[in-house]
Design a protein around this ligand. Structure first.
Ligand code: ADP
Length: 314
């Protein structure tokens, strides 16, 4: 199962891209929708919100008054933290439950507005960001019924484009027409998402030179791969880093190194990071947009450990 994280600032075109990806065969998991469902009338979620914020955030019929609640937390960080503490775990749990019902061979499109703000990027095999300039987004938000001031305030409250670009494996520029957007989404689906999912299922890795799809910069890609590997190898791998031999790294493939007490990992150990096993201590990225190889060495070879050991026995 390939997990794609889809995000973008307000009125960037994220929902439009989500709809196209679902037409193409992706299974959409809409985080906003789930966040609404977990505080529907009669849910433990709504009870928890009522206990924390009082009946003042409810409508006369007992359902949640979202606007009231939004006003309440908009400029109060403690209140927002309380609300997130209630809603986020419920959303996580419900998302997990929905995904566990899906067949193994699907591509899951996780439509999550705040992937970057909430530091969630490493949870996905591929992060796709829809981007458009602030002025274009304000125009589109106004067409959709927001006032210029509302649109500007919401944009200012979200992550900026620099942070989004660092998190993006694919940046979908949506400055042009919807037809242009559709063709780049179709290309990404065909040339990157589908082969990535197939590679992952078959245990195949992407060879250098195969690179396809609109990849973002190399340095941020190294950071993203390291974060994914650290997350997926938590408790097993340490010192995940780029191999630095001389000044010039290879451009066609990212070479990574890590340490483990026992470097013979299980074949599926790094699938959540998109890495398949080549040999017991060597893994490679299944993403055709970003060939990368990870070699794992025993922690005992770590010169730091050797020195520490020598000092201890001296
Ligand atoms: P988001 O989910 O990021 O808030 P939407 O996908 O809902 O954004 O898009 C915001 C608005 O802009 C919608 O009304 C949508 O139809 C419109 N839109 C999206 N992409 C384009 C485009 N390339 N050209 C013109 N309008 C667009």
């Amino acid at each position: 199962m390939l997990h794609v994280g889809l995000t973008g600032g307000i009125a960037s075109g994220k929902s439009t891209v989500a709809a196209i990806l679902s037409e193409l065969g992706g299974v959409l998991i809409d985080a906003d929708r789930i966040a609404r469902d977990v505080v529907e009338q009669g849910t433990p979620g709504l009870d928890a919100v009522k206990n924390a914020f009082g009946r003042g955030v409810l409508r006369p019929d007992g359902s949640l008054d979202r606007q009231r609640l939004a006003q309440r937390v908009f400029s109060d960080t403690d209140a927002l933290r309380t609300l997130n503490g209630i809603v986020h775990p419920l959303v996580r749990e419900e998302t997990r439950a929905r995904i566990s019902q899906l067949p193994e061979d699907v591509v899951v499109i996780n439509d999550v507005p705040l992937i970057v703000e909430n530091g969630m990027a490493a949870q996905y095999h591929l992060v796709v960001v829809v981007g458009a300039s602030v002025s274009v987004r304000i125009e589109r938000a106004v067409l959709r019924g927001l006032s210029r001031e509302q649109a500007t305030a919401r944009i200012a409250a979200q992550a900026d484009d620099e942070a989004r670009r660092r998190a993006a494996d694919v940046w979908l520029d949506n400055e042009g027409t919807e037809d242009q957007l559709r063709s780049v989404v179709e290309l990404m689906w065909r040339a990157r998402i589908v082969p990535f999912a197939e590679n992952l299922a078959a245990g195949h890795w992407a060879e250098p030179g195969e690179r396809t799809g609109a990849s973002t910069g190399r340095d941020s890609a190294v950071e993203r791969l390291i974060s994914r590997i650290e997350r997926s190898g938590e408790g097993v791998l340490s010192r995940v880093r780029e191999k630095r031999r001389g000044a010039e790294p290879r451009l066609d493939v990212i070479e990574l190194r890590a340490r483990a007490a026992d470097p013979d990992l299980e074949a599926d150990a790094l699938l959540p990071a998109g890495f398949v096993q080549v040999r017991p201590t060597v893994f490679a990225n299944a993403d055709p947009g970003r060939p990368a190889v990870l070699k794992i060495k025993p922690s005992g070879d770590d010169p730091g450990t050797e020195i520490r050991r020598a000092t201890r026995s001296a």
